[in-house]
Design a protein around this ligand. Structure first.
Ligand SMILES: NC(=O)c1ccc[n+]([C@@H]2O[C@H](COP(=O)([O-])OP(=O)(O)OC[C@H]3O[C@@H](n4cnc5c(N)ncnc54)[C@H](O)[C@@H]3O)[C@@H](O)[C@H]2O)c1
Length: 326
């Protein structure tokens, strides 16, 4: 199958591309190498894909907002399935740059959707986010929970879902939106809690928690997210749907920091600093819809995932660590 992974140089996109290539598919990654975090990490991600895929992997540097380039990629390669991972991904910076987030995450998505519909693409899988829920009225969130997006980023993610539904209904383009819940694992974005905690502990610095640490999250290991996406290559059961993709356990940031301290063997006390707003206080996924439709079952619990990430981090310290903001 010929697959397009937008955002294929990023964390989730490159993990997905690597698995697709290992499974024998042809992959084209379209990514504009947005400098949101260090580009050396993205270049390493692409090199990993090249090694696995050899001549079945192609990288196209450019933006999802560039109509002629998107057309050239989709029509020119005869793309069958699109995994749309490209986005400006940070919640906090979106408050400062709402127009840029909208242009990328909504405008860019529309360009890819429109071109996919024009060129008979079989399925469009959209990376959405638990941030669309905002403040919980009840937990865990199921997909019927009302949406109260609390940041420009979350608004773009909800808008993208609406557009996917419209294209599924009106343009005969099967679409599925997956609402990811805090994804982590090898090659993760360096400005996220787990990578920061691990980096600081391995360098004998205290992990910093913003606020009281009682915020809770579903931390979802990237392999589970990749599995959910891959399942959609073989089934139309979720076409037109939006589904939560979360983890098997929900823990507080404080507990997470304690796990990291224990697993790294650091002899260190956790530090608290003032909480920054825009991030939801609690997120927790009900994944029964994905379980019913695509047999989704998160397989990596937080202890295993943290331990696997620390092992990976130690092995890749020479190029990954100096790039982690401390
Ligand atoms: N990581 C998480 O916890 C998480 C949670 C919920 C949703 N998501 C969503 O999953 C997707 C992947 O996230 P990630 O964590 O891998 O982030 P990432 O920043 O590592 O990857 C996103 C990639 O998209 C690229 N990109 C941005 N704008 C682009 C444009 N205009 N044209 C082409 N490429 C562009 C970036 O260069 C980057 O490589 C995003 O859509 C994000 O919103 C991630």
């Amino acid at each position: 199958m010929q697959v397009l992974v937008t955002g294929g140089a990023g964390f989730i996109g490159s993990n997905l591309a690597e698995r697709l290539l290992a499974d024998g598919h042809r992959v084209v990654a379209l990514d504009n190498l947005d400098p949101y975090y260090d580009l050396n990490i993205k270049r390493r991600n692409l090199n990993t894909c090249r090694k696995v895929g050899e001549d079945r992997f192609e990288f196209v540097e450019g933006s999802i907002t560039d109509e002629s380039l998107v057309k050239e990629v989709i029509a020119g390669r005869g793309v069958d399935v699109i995994f749309h991972e490209a986005a400006k991904a940070g919640v906090r910076p979106s408050v400062e740059q709402p127009k840029e987030y909208n242009a990328n995450n909504v405008g860019g998505l529309l360009t890819v959707l429109e071109t996919a519909a024009d060129n008979g693409v079989d399925r469009f899988v959209n990376a959405s986010s638990s941030s669309v829920y905002g403040v919980p009225e009840y937990l865990p969130y199921d997909e019927d929970h009302p949406n109260h997006p609390k940041s420009p980023y979350a608004v773009t993610k909800r808008s993208a879902e609406y557009y996917c539904n419209v294209y599924d209904d009106l343009q005969d383009l099967p679409t599925v939106s997956l609402r990811y819940f805090t994804v982590y694992g090898p090659r993760m974005r360096p400005n996220m809690a787990i990578s920061n905690f691990v980096s600081r502990c391995l360098n004998s610095k205290p992990p910093i928690i913003y606020g009281d640490g009682e915020q809770t999250r579903d931390f979802t290991f990237v392999d589970d997210v990749v599995d959910a996406n891959l399942a959609l290559l073989d089934t139309d059961a979720a076409d037109g749907e939006t589904m939560n993709i979360g983890s098997s356990d929900n823990i507080s940031i404080r507990k997470l920091a304690e796990y990291v301290v224990e697993e790294t063997g650091a002899d260190i006390d956790i530090v608290h600093e003032e909480r920054k707003d825009a991030d939801a206080r609690h997120t927790h996924a009900d994944v029964s819809k994905a379980s019913d439709l695509i047999d989704y079952e998160p397989s990596v619990d937080i202890r295993q995932g943290v331990s696997r990430f620390i092992d990976w981090y130690r092995e890749n310290r020479d190029w990954y660590e100096p790039l982690v903001r401390n």
